[in-house]
Design a protein around this ligand. Structure first.
Ligand code: ADP
Length: 500
């Protein structure tokens, strides 16, 4: 089907939805049950397409194809350089289809088209290229054995990998996971989120065009408790990599433990602090604070949802912050001027609004926002800022995953560190100061996987990304991510025919 929408605004794009079926063993196929589900456009709440609903039987077929491709197919056996060459082609195809892909994410999750095109696609292509370049450069070690033995390690692909993907950054997270898995020589089954299945199916089509052999990359669209659970509990999947909520991450780990003890990596929720010290450039810091929470409408696991500002600049900071929040443009994500689109779906929209009500009841001060955008029919929420937030309030504890900032004041560096750490999460943290000693002390004291000093959201291929505490474990990006998909095998043989 094709997407049609209000044509009054000239910037509205209408991407054609070409792929709506499961991708198994190199072919687009219906689900075994024949069932489909609706995907909706968060700008309007209207159905954009019906997508094949994969379940256990479909995961079974996909795993069979992936297993066959792993055990007998060319992919794990190709020289790394050859896998790299094919991945480079995949990256080029991604860029050639940038507009189409970015538009699919815009109608599926409300992501800004401009950001999809200028950031998600280039980041995804560069992830492919980064790991393509690494594919022929990872190898084991010759070991220094203590006796007359020769020992070395082999790095072998881990096998069939299951990837479970969230809806907030469909393109970006897909390639963050798939790229190192391909480079390692693994085969895989990928399940995009039910809210955002469109771009993943398009990627499958491009993978085939690039020359990735059948069965290497399978995509099963469907729901979490059915298709997702079939992956995490499958007896023939060797590793599962999950990005999503802490609640579901726990279920994935349980299912892995109760089935075949597959290797698990989890990138989960966050409630990341941004700590702004008295010596900061107040205007820049306020801009960073807005960007840190409002970017991608707050639907970012690393969003700076808690902002701590030192007392000396607090009043001036609040003034600038509120001005900037009110100037932040919420609107159609195809509009190049828009800075914030609609939340992904009705469920998230309602969840965020209920947290806002909680914040009001708990006694936090609502500085700005706090309600849906008046003249919009989709799931648009005003940039919302609560001040005087205390750590025990729900809006300071829970990941809201929306454009809602919890702001508080602090006096000393010790207090800032203590409050920043008063969370069960540990994904990221931001620091704004010109004082190197302060930056160094806070960087080493905050228990989070990524620390951004005078910046935010500065993710990079080379930069291992993942959580501390209940934000999960295992890294995406960097060579760490490649090693997630490799097994270490030790090989030992006696030297000089020594009887041993
Ligand atoms: P959110 O709560 O923000 O929607 P989830 O953690 O529920 O995020 O979803 C992330 C991904 O996990 C989605 O692809 C979803 O379908 C999947 N998922 C949900 N429930 C399960 C489950 N029980 N087992 C495996 N995957 C699941």
């Amino acid at each position: 089907g094709s997407h049609s929408d209000d044509s009054s605004a000239s910037f509205v794009k209408n991407p054609t939805i070409k792929f709506t079926k499961l991708f198994i063993n190199g072919e687009f196929v219906d689900s075994v049950s024949g069932k489909t589900f609706e995907t909706i456009d968060p700008r309007t709440g209207k159905v954009t397409a019906r997508i094949a609903e994969g379940d256990k039987e479909d995961v079974e077929l996909a795993v069979k194809a992936a297993r066959q491709a792993f055990d007998h197919g060319p992919w794990p056996r190709l020289p790394g350089s050859e896998r790299g060459r094919i991945m480079m082609k995949f990256a080029d195809l991604l860029e050639e289809n940038a507009e189409e892909l970015a538009a699919l994410d815009t109608i599926d999750c409300g992501k800004l088209f401009s950001v999809g095109k200028a950031m998600d696609i280039p980041y995804a292509a560069n992830a492919l290229r980064y790991y393509a370049g690494a594919a022929d450069k990872v190898h084991g070690d010759v070991l220094k054995m203590s006796r007359e033995l020769h020992g070395y390690t082999l790095l072998e692909p881990i096998g069939v990998v299951g990837h479970i993907i969230p809806w907030n950054n469909p393109i970006f997270v897909f390639f963050m996971k798939v790229s190192p898995t391909l480079a390692a020589g693994c085969t895989m089954v990928v399940k995009p989120a039910e809210q955002t299945p469109l771009s993943a199916l398009y990627h499958a089509h491009l993978a085939k065009l690039a020359g990735i052999p059948d069965g290497v990359l399978n995509v099963i669209t469907g729901f979490g408790p059915t298709a997702g659970a079939a992956i995490s509990s499958h007896m023939d999947i060797d590793a599962v990599s999950f990005t999503g909520s802490t609640e579901i991450g726990r279920k994935v780990m349980q299912a892995a433990a109760e089935s075949n003890l597959k290797v698990v990596s989890l990138e989960l929720g966050g409630k990341s602090p941004l700590i702004i010290f008295d010596d900061a450039d107040v205007d820049m810091a306020a801009q960073l604070a807005i960007f840190g929470i409002m970017f991608n409408k707050g639907e970012a696991c690393v969003a700076s949802s808690r902002v701590y500002v030192q007392e000396g600049i607090y009043d001036e900071f609040v003034k600038k912050l509120v001005e900037k929040a009110r100037a932040w443009i919420v609107g159609d994500p195809f509009d190049p001027k828009a800075q914030q689109g609609p939340q992904v779906d009705l469920k998230q929209f309602e969840k965020i609004l209920s947290y806002i009500e909680h914040g009001k009841r708990e006694g936090a001060t609502l500085l700005t926002g706090g309600k849906p955008v008046a003249d919009q029919k989709g799931y648009y929420i005003e940039p919302t800022i609560f001040a005087d937030v205390k750590e025990e309030m729900l809006i300071a504890k829970d990941e809201i995953f929306g454009p809602v900032m919890a702001l508080a004041q602090f006096k000393t560096i010790e207090e800032a560190i203590k409050r920043a750490n008063s969370t069960r999460y540990g994904l990221a943290a931001g620091i704004v100061t010109k004082d190197l000693n302060v930056a160094n002390t806070v960087s080493r004291s905050v228990r989070a996987g990524t620390i951004w000093i005078s910046c935010y959201f500065a993710l990079d291929n080379d930069c291992p990304f993942g959580g501390y505490k209940m934000s999960g474990f295992g890294k995406d990006f960097g060579l760490e991510a490649l090693h997630k998909y490799l097994q270490v095998k030790s090989v030992v043989t006696p030297l000089y025919n020594t009887p041993w």
